[in-house]
Structures are given as structure tokens and as C-alpha cells.
Design a protein around this ligand. Structure first.
Ligand code: URP
Ligand code: ZN
Ligand code: ZN
Length: 461
């Protein structure tokens, strides 16, 4: 493997900014310093005027997703390419078995979709979508194979959702194994009942999706998880937190000693419920759960990120085509496959809407989009850092680059962009994954199968 010397850029980590060269040899960073000499045969990247970031980590992604009567559109080939051109070098996918599926077989199925195909590095949160007499031994064996996080759904009754006895058992096992439990927090009974009532009075359109799951329904889900976390002592991670009400419940629990990390999504920071209310069924492009919220929540989410109260920004990437899949819910909002694709756009949007609008510093950007995810999910300092010995996952980012986001040019295998026509500032021009260049001058040059499964060791005892 050829050495790569990244010369003259400004290194930005979660805590530092400084000018230095970075030398990558083999799969790791071997030296950081001024005026480093290039070893014979090294590829030299000119990073003058650019930022040099640690590879970004998206800790909440769906690629293989059988859901709501269909399948999400991406494969690992398309998704990892989209991730990389957008600056994300590691993703953690949700392994989401149906209740009737065997956990071990599901884990192996999800692995088989990624191994030999992904270009970026990857891991999984193991979905616990039921807990029965075989679960403890099966999940313990899966943890030994390198999985250090579970995923539970307090929503999607009759599909991925688990009941309280199962939730309690999952958290107790997680505590014993040192595993962190990620959770989708919405009260599934309230969602179901409200949906039935809305449909019964003829309120069936995309705008009713958010009426069926208002902010307090999410806040109740957060409160519920926090109570169970308090009772079991397990470490928890709230995925896709969307609103102030839910945030306040999580922060109150944290203040009282409950172990909780908090994730929000790029979608909640830049889109709002008026998008899901667009006419001509356009709103379906913006249907996800928890739903896009009233715009008033956005300032508070940005501030909580800057203040370190919210830990991470993910995408919950879940791509369903507008032309046919979203149309399944043309006459019933409960049948619109939930999800807003965004794996490719997270970093440029955080930069354009966050850093350039003064809501995040560059260090905040690295912390919430890379380092904190590595810390929560047992990948730090292998990932999330620019340091000697860390994996040589580097993003050279040109802040002067300008462009327009469009489905016509994106790499995600989905027929629309929620950000169609938006101007973006800055983009990843050169990207390495463990010392191999996979994006050069903005062009993807990666090889399927370069990405590795990241075996993780639990630490959340
Ligand atoms: O709407 C969403 N969030 N779709 C993906 C599945 C999930 O709940 O994370
Ligand atoms: Zn979810
Ligand atoms: Zn999700």
C-alpha cells in the first residue's frame, strides 16, 4: 500500500485546529508535523487552503431494510459510495430483524450484505426486536463477534416494537455485557390510536403523519426509556431526537444520573414540518418518524449541539423512491414508507447551515459528526481522531467549493433529494479509508470490498 502525504492543510479535530502535514503509511497515521518529507513513491495531496478532518462517522444508517412492506433502496455499493463522497468513512447500520426472525441468522444476513461490498468501514447495532428464552445466549454470542450496541424500538407496534418486559430484559442484559442500547423513542400505543382516529375522520394525507405522533408522544417515549435506564443502570443512546420537549426529558434524566447519550439528525436541523405538508403528495418525500417538527425547535437543537448536550448528528438514512414506494401511502399516511435519504449530504449541510451560519464551530462539527460517535460506540481513538496510530481515515475538505444538491447528481440509489436545488458550500475533495484513497479531487475511485467490519469491544459496564 502506497504512503499518502497530506500537505499544508489545517487539521481540525474535536478540540484542536493547527497547520501540519499528515503522513499515512499502511492503514494508519504514522506522523503529523510541519514540512514532512514524502517517502519514495508516496502520493502527495496538496491540502493548502483546505481543512483536514478525521473521517466522519454516521452512527445511524439503514441500508438493508425490509420495512413497511418494501425494502430501502440502497445496497452497500451505492450507500458506501454516497457516504464517502460526502465525507463519511464509517457507518453503523441498524440490523433490524422481524420478530419472527432468528437473531443469529439476521446478524449473518446483514453482514453478508456488507462484507465484500462496502467501500467504507462499517459495523452494526444489533436490533433486539423480541426477547425470549433464546435471546440471552444468542445476543451474548453476537456481542462476542464484535457488536457492542443494541437497538430497540419503542415504536412500530406489531413490527420492530418490543414490550416493556422485553425492554427491561434487554437493558439488564446490556448492562451485564457492557453494551450500550440505542432506542427509537415514541409511544407506540399513542401513535397507533391517534393514527386510527385520524384515518377514521378522513384525515389521510402526508400532513397528518406528524399529527399522529406529536412532540409529547416522543417525549413520553424518551421518559419511558429513561425510567427503564434508571431502573437497570444500562447505558442508553436516544436515536433521532427531534424536539425540545424530548430533549428536556433526556437532559433531566442525565442530570439525575441516568446514563444517556443523545443523537439528533441533520433532517431535524434543516427541514421542518411544513415540508411534509407540501401539496401534490410532495410531502411524502419528507415523511419519517419521529416526524419533522415545527421550526421553533431548530435553534434549540443547534444550541444543544454547540453546548455538548446533544452528542451526535446522524442521518437515519432510509431511502425509499418517491415514484412508487412512497406512493404506497397515497391514500393513507400510515402506509408511506418512513425515511428521508441523507447519508451523502450530512457533512456539507452541517458545514453550510451550521458552521457558516455561526451555529457550530469547526471543532463542534468534528465532535458531533465523528469523535463522539467513535466514543459512544467503542471505536475511539481508532476512529474519530487525527493522531499517530489512528486509522488513516482522512477527509480533505475544500471550504471554497460551491455546488447544488440534486438527485440528478447524487450517488444514493433513490429517485429524489429532500434538499433538491439547495446551494451547498464546501465538500470532501479527497478521502482515505485506512490509508487508501477512495475519493480523489471529488471523484469516487474506491473499490467494493475495501470496507471492513469493525469488531467492537463493549465498554459500557
Ligand atoms: O422514519 C424513519 N426514521 N425511518 C427509518 C426507521 C427508523 O425508525 O429509524
Ligand atoms: Zn427510528
Ligand atoms: Zn433508524
Amino acid at each position: 500500500m502506497m504512503a499518502i502525504l497530506i500537505r499544508g492543510g489545517e487539521i481540525v479535530t474535536d478540540t484542536q485546529r493547527y497547520h501540519a502535514d499528515v503522513l499515512c503509511e499502511g492503514e494508519t497515521i504514522s506522523r503529523i508535523g510541519r514540512d514532512l518529507a514524502a517517502p519514495a513513491g508516496a502520493t502527495v495531496l496538496d491540502a493548502r487552503g483546505k481543512f483536514v478532518f478525521p473521517g466522519f462517522i454516521d452512527p445511524h444508517v439503514h441500508i438493508y431494510l425490509p420495512f413497511m412492506g418494501t425494502y430501502a433502496k440502497d445496497t452497500y455499493e451505492s450507500a458506501s459510495r454516497a457516504a464517502l463522497v460526502g465525507g463519511t468513512t464509517t457507518l453503523i447500520e441498524m440490523c433490524c430483524p422481524a420478530r419472527s426472525d432468528d437473531a443469529t441468522r439476521a446478524f449473518e444476513l446483514w453482514m453478508s450484505k456488507a462484507v465484500g461490498k462496502s467501500v467504507c468501514d462499517f459495523s452494526f447495532h444489533m436490533g433486539v426486536t423480541k426477547f425470549d428464552e433464546s435471546s440471552e445466549s444468542a445476543l451474548t454470542a453476537i456481542v462476542k463477534r464484535g457488536i457492542s450496541s443494541f437497538k430497540v424500538f419503542l415504536a412500530y407496534k406489531g413490527a420492530f416494537g418490543i414490550d416493556d418486559i422485553e425492554l427491561y430484559a434487554t437493558l439488564k442484559l446490556a448492562k451485564k455485557l457492557g453494551v450500550i442500547v440505542t432506542a427509537h423513542c415514541e409511544n407506540e400505543t399513542l401513535v397507533d390510536e391517534r393514527s386510527r382516529e385520524l384515518l377514521a375522520i378522513g384525515k389521510r394525507g402526508t400532513a397528518q403523519h406528524h399529527e399522529s405522533r406529536p412532540e409529547y408522544v416522543e417525549a413520553e417515549g424518551v421518559n419511558h426509556l429513561m425510567t427503564f435506564a434508571q431502573s437497570t443502570g444500562a447505558a442508553t443512546y436516544i436515536v433521532h431526537l427531534s424536539c425540545v420537549d424530548a430533549l428536556e426529558r433526556a437532559l433531566a434524566a442525565r442530570a439525575s444520573g441516568v446514563r444517556v447519550n443523545i443523537e439528533t439528525l441533520i433532517q431535524y436541523l434543516v427541514l421542518d414540518k411544513s415540508d411534509a405538508e407540501r401539496g401534490d403528495f410532495e410531502g411524502a418525500k419528507f415523511v419519517m418518524s419521529p416526524p419533522l417538527r415545527d421550526k421553533r425547535n431548530q435553534e434549540a437543537l443547534w444550541s444543544a449541539l454547540h453546548a455538548g448536550e446533544i452528542d451526535t448528528v446522524a442521518t437515519d438514512h432510509a431511502p425509499f423512491d418517491f415514484a412508487d414506494q412512497k406512493r404506497m401511502g397515497a391514500n393513507d399516511f400510515t402506509k408511506i414508507p418512513n425515511g428521508i435519504p441523507s447519508l451523502e449530504d450530512r457533512i456539507t449541510l452541517l458545514y453550510t447551515r451550521g458552521v457558516l451560519e455561526g451555529k457550530l464551530t469547526l471543532n463542534d462539527l468534528v465532535r458531533v459528526a465523528s469523535t463522539n460517535a467513535a466514543k459512544c460506540f467503542d471505536l475511539y481513538p481508532r476512529k474519530g481522531a487525527i493522531a499517530v496510530g489512528s486509522d488513516a481515515d482522512i477527509v480533505v475538505f475544500d471550504p471554497a467549493d460551491r455546488g447544488t444538491i440534486s438527485a440528478k447528481t447524487h450517488s444514493m440509489a433513490v429517485d429524489y433529494s429532500a434538499f433538491e436545488g439547495w446551494e451547498r458550500h464546501g465538500r470532501a475533495t479527497d478521502v482515505t479509508v485506512r490509508g487508501t484513497l477512495v475519493v480523489r479531487d471529488g471523484a469516487f475511485i474506491g473499490r467494493a470490498g475495501h470496507g471492513q467490519f469493525l469488531a467492537r469491544t463493549p465498554s459500557h459496564f
